[in-house]
Design a protein around this ligand. Structure first.
Ligand code: SF4
Ligand code: SF4
Ligand code: SF4
Ligand code: FES
Length: 945
């Protein structure tokens, strides 16, 4: 194996379709108009020396190393900033150029530490390479004069260092932070000789605005900005291209290794979701895979009050299988079930649902998508006919108006957030519908045209009010609707939304939003050109989550914003493979490909392939499993890669359900909170240790490739296969590619998908079949998948969760950039430097009324329970609204959330809880219990060692 090398063309590709022909060093080359001479030369394999240029950034022209001669012109223009022109004749390697380049390099090197042999970037440094390319062997100038050699080193960032003495002030880092990441954390401070890169107000990286995305580190051509692992482990020797296992953006990385140690994750430029960019999680927060807390041996115990006993895989699997059989014999076939993981691969998820349907003989399978995007599946399939978003991420580059509803892309989907911000800086207009002033509302060089800070729980009212304005002000795209949608249903819908009770003025009493702002936003969305909607869990995790998804779909149809680039309805999916886990048949009523279990023909195809007969009754959803467990009819559960005790609402009910089980099998990397109630623990495997595929929010299927051998001995799919075999259900796959072949054979939207295709194309977006052999970047072009687009009436029904004298505030929840969901992974990395605890954001007015000061410990209480955490006074939330994250288990945020859920899918209403806040002296009883449980788990784990 060797390092995967990606060519750096020096400047970005031009998108022009017009070709220009020129001659470079005697060779004719035709390139798109607007291409730089540097890039044109590189296209024919002629690398012009460069330092300040890289193809991830616009050209800058500061280092003067890339000079060329053009026949008939005076001077030596920089090839990175000079565009090609028809008929010009360029020379890149004359004696005069060589002499100038050597002189330039000599000046750089004369002010640079000559410690190449001991430098962490030795062999991975463009300055070193270029010195060789220009033939610089010795430097005539000594260090006697003024220089920067003794400048200090900033090591404050947990992952990379800034060694000022090595900086050549090429500006690549500053431009990467601006152009790629959009954070604008770096400047060049000082002038002339004193110029140096400076984070924030000349402060350490850690305390500056830097969000540690690593774009500057990647851009730096020297060791000035360098990963700490390069010092600790050494320069990488080989690499494997794989996909991030955190969020639904699905960034592709080169995992660069030295021996069997991972040195760094370098974002892959060919990755179609991330285009060479990353966030702090995917780029740096992979240390959890080798964390000491990982459980690498199977364990069993007869009762949850006993200590764990380490056993062989064979014993653990046999024990689990015999327990499941015993339970089914005693309590019936439907008394057991399981939960698939959106963190695992498609192939693993497919196998778990196959095991439950085939070996357990029922459909009691569900997934964590239940608690996040199940309303997306329902809402979009009702209106458009497909349970997925309509666009690819590239589409945002063609958007003129971007409407963000209930999503916080810069924290939740940071790499896509950066792409969105880039488009906004180019002039796209922005509407944000969110109770909280998220970063996207106002950030460097971006200001939303409209921010509608609605009261949590009133999404349907506000989106229907937008539709009211569009219909009553004559802004409907009638031609589109007549051609593409059911006209009768449209007319019913138009009459419904036009009713005065849906006007911005009428709904303001629930939403709290200025009607003039709603009218302005609606006009902009309908008339501003290509308009795209991006939404997140702030839409779905409500009692009317599915209704809001359909209201959004209505809005896009009414304005003709579906079926081409730059528009569409785009759910920003949470987990890395939440799209895939839904596609793979993780819901109790659907087989892979979203086909209902009651459909005889579909069932027959699976029965023929699997060699079993399938139950035609939909199984239990997650909340129903807990209800049935409490009622005593559900007794055994297999949970792969999900900490349901922490992630599901109403913790007390979940723990009561788990405690009632006679056999709980947990498969995970760590002894998580759910494992406190488990009888069998099967070690999980990290994404670095297995092969498979993930499907991101764009329906893009991407390879996950094994970077190192499984530390626990088996990939997760192999463990599921062992359990199936122990249950007497045949599974005999030698490689995940065979599982994908089976998926493709049984799923019409996947028939063209194979590992060979993924190797060839890099990735593919489903549907991928005979009609679309190369996949489908944009859905519903020319017609909706369901035929005619369906307008659905979306009556606003207030949630049953109401504020009142006892609970006068509304709590809403969300994520922060550096942490991920329940934090099982990110808390086991240096990312805790940015978010050591969850805090409660509260408006100054509400805090003052309660005698709460910034940093005080407060009690957060709802009808379901109470917890306590520190308060932060913030104007990001409006009076009456409080906000927290849920990354730290000790916060126990889900102790306060209720069991209200979406009417169609049971997705919990995490985003609206009526609460009261009061001063507190410290942790609540629940948190003390948590501490005890944690200590208990640790003691048990230690005893097992
Ligand atoms: S790590 Fe990212 S955010 Fe921080 S300075 Fe570098 S480019 Fe900017
Ligand atoms: S830190 Fe690196 S990228 Fe930034 S100016 Fe210095 S040498 Fe260039
Ligand atoms: S944006 Fe998401 S997929 Fe990309 S690196 Fe960050 S966590 Fe990973
Ligand atoms: S690479 Fe062109 S001026 Fe630096």
């Amino acid at each position: 194996m060797s390092l995967v090398h990606e060519i750096d063309y020096g400047t970005p590709a031009s998108k022009s379709e017009k070709l220009v022909t020129l001659t470079i060093d005697g060779m004719k080359v035709s390139v798109p108009e607007g291409t730089s001479i540097m890039r044109a030369a590189m296209e024919i394999g002629n690398q012009i020396p460069k330092l300040c240029a890289t193809d991830m950034l616009e050209s800058f022209g500061s280092c003067r190393l890339c000079l060329v001669e053009i026949e008939g012109r005076n001077g030596t223009p920089a090839s990175c900033t000079t565009p090609v022109m028809d008929g010009i004749v360029v020379k890149t390697q004359t004696d005069r150029l060589k002499k100038i380049r050597k002189g330039v390099m000599e000046l750089y090197i004369s002010d640079h530490p000559l410690d190449c042999l001991t430098c962490s970037a030795n062999g991975d440094c463009e300055l070193q390479d270029m010195a060789g390319v220009v033939g610089l062997r010795e430097v005539r100038y000594g260090y006697e004069g003024e220089n920067h050699i003794e400048m200090g080193k900033d090591t404050s960032n947990p992952y990379f260092t800034y060694e000022k003495s090595k900086c050549i002030v090429c500006n690549r880092c500053v431009r990467a932070c601006e152009e790629v990441q959009g954070t604008f954390a770096l400047t060049i401070s000082g002038r002339g000789f004193d110029s140096r890169v400076s984070p924030g107000m000349d402060e350490p990286f850690l305390t500056s605005e830097c969000v540690s995305c690593g774009a500057c580190v990647q851009a730096c051509p020297t060791a000035t900005l360098n990963e700490k692992a390069m010092f600790d482990i050494g320069t990488p020797e080989h690499s494997v291209v794989t996909t991030c296992a955190y969020c639904g953006v699905g960034c592709t990385f080169k995992a660069e290794m030295r021996g069997d140690e991972l040195v760094r994750m370098v974002p892959y430029k060919d990755g179609k979701a991330n285009r060479g960019h990353s966030c702090v999680k995917g780029r740096f927060a992979y240390g959890y895979a080798t964390h000491k807390d990982r459980i690498l041996k199977p364990m069993i115990r007869a009762s949850i009050h006993e200590p764990w006993k380490e056993v062989s895989y064979e014993e653990a699997i046999q024990y689990a299988a015999s327990e499941f059989k015993r339970i089914q014999e005693k309590y019936g076939r439907r008394s057991v079930g399981g939960i698939t993981s959106s963190r695992c691969t498609n192939e693993e998820t497919y196998l778990v649902q196959k095991l439950i349907r085939g070996a357990f003989g029922n459909n009691n399978v569900d997934t964590c998508a239940r608690v996040c995007h199940s309303p997306t599946g329902y809402g979009l399939s009702q209106t458009y006919g497909t349970s997925a978003g309509t666009q690819d991420f590239d589409s945002v580059e063609e958007s003129d108006v971007i409407l963000v509803i209930g999503a916080n892309p810069t924290d939740g989907h940071p790499v896509f957030g950066s792409r969105m911000k880039k488009r906004l800086r180019q002039g796209a207009r922005l509407i944000v519908v969110d109770p909280r002033r998220t970063d996207i509302v106002r950030s460097p060089h971006i200001e939303a045209d409209f921010h509608l800070p609605l009261r949590p729980g009133t999404n349907v009212a506000i989106v229907t009010a937008l539709a009211h304005v569009i219909v009553t002000e004559g802004l409907v795209n009638e031609a589109f609707v007549r051609e593409r949608c059911d006209w009768d249903e449209f007319q019913d819908w138009a009459a419904f939304v036009a009713d005065e009770r849906h006007s911005p003025e009428a709904v303001a009493k629930y939403t709290g939003v200025d009607p003039a702002q709603v009218r302005g936003a609606a006009r902009l969305y309908a008339t501003g050109g290509n308009a795209a909607i991006y939404y997140g869990l702030g839409v779905t995790e409500h009692s009317q989550g599915s209704t809001t998804v359909m209201a959004i779909a209505n809005l896009a149809m009414a304005t003709g914003n579906v079926g081409r680039n730059g528009v569409g309805v785009n759910p920003l999916r949470g987990q890395n493979n939440v799209q895939g886990s839904c596609d793979m048949g993780s819901f109790p009523h659907e087989l892979p490909g979203y086909r209902h279990i009651s459909d005889d023909a579909t069932r027959a195809a699976f029965e023929a392939m699997w060699g079993v007969s399938l139950d035609d009754e939909p199984g239990l959803r997650i909340p129903n499993m807990f209800d049935a467990a409490v009622d005593g009819t559900f007794k055994g559960m297999y949970v792969q890669g999900e900490d349901i005790l922490q992630s599901d609402p109403d913790t007390r009910h979940v723990s009561a359900g788990l405690a009632a089980l006679e056999c709980l099998v947990v498969q995970d990397l760590f002894l998580n909170e759910t494992a406190n109630y488990a009888h069998v623990f099967l070690p999980g495997c990290s994404f670095l240790e297995k092969d498979g595929t993930f499907t991101n929010a764009e329906r893009r299927i991407q390879r996950v490739r094994k970077v190192m051998a499984p530390k626990n001995g088996y990939a997760d799919w192999e463990v599921t296969q062992l359990l199936a075999q122990a249950l007497g259900f045949p599974m005999d796959y030698a490689h995940p590619s065979q599982i994908m072949d089976e998926i493709a054979a049984l799923t019409p939207t996947f028939t063209g998908v194979s590992y060979a295709k993924l190797e060839e194309m890099g990735s593919v977006q489903w549907p991928c079949n005979e009609k679309a052999p190369e996949g489908t970047p944009i859905m519903h072009i020319g017609g909706f998948v369901r035929g005619k687009g369906k307008f659905v009436l979306t009556e606003y029904v207030p949630t049953d969760e109401r504020t009142g004298p006892r609970f006068p505030l509304l709590l809403t929840t969300g994520r922060i950039l550096s942490q991920y969901n329940v934090g099982a992974q990110t808390r086991r990395t240096a990312n805790v430097a940015w978010h050591p605890e969850d805090v409660l954001e509260i408006h100054a007015h509400d805090a003052e009324n309660r005698g709460i000061r910034d940093g005080d410990f407060v009690k957060l209480e709802s009808r379901a329970g109470s917890t306590s955490l520190k308060a932060v006074i913030s104007d990001r939330v409006s009076p009456g609204v409080v906000y927290t994250t849920f990354h730290h288990p000790v916060t126990q945020a889900n102790v306060v959330t209720t069991d209200y859920s979406d009417w169609a899918t049971n997705c919990p209403e995490y985003k609206v809880t009526a609460v009261q806040i009061s001063p507190s002296n410290g942790p609540t009883r629940w948190q003390e219990d948590y501490e005890d449980l944690s200590k208990k788990s640790r003691r048990i784990a230690e005893a097992a060692e």
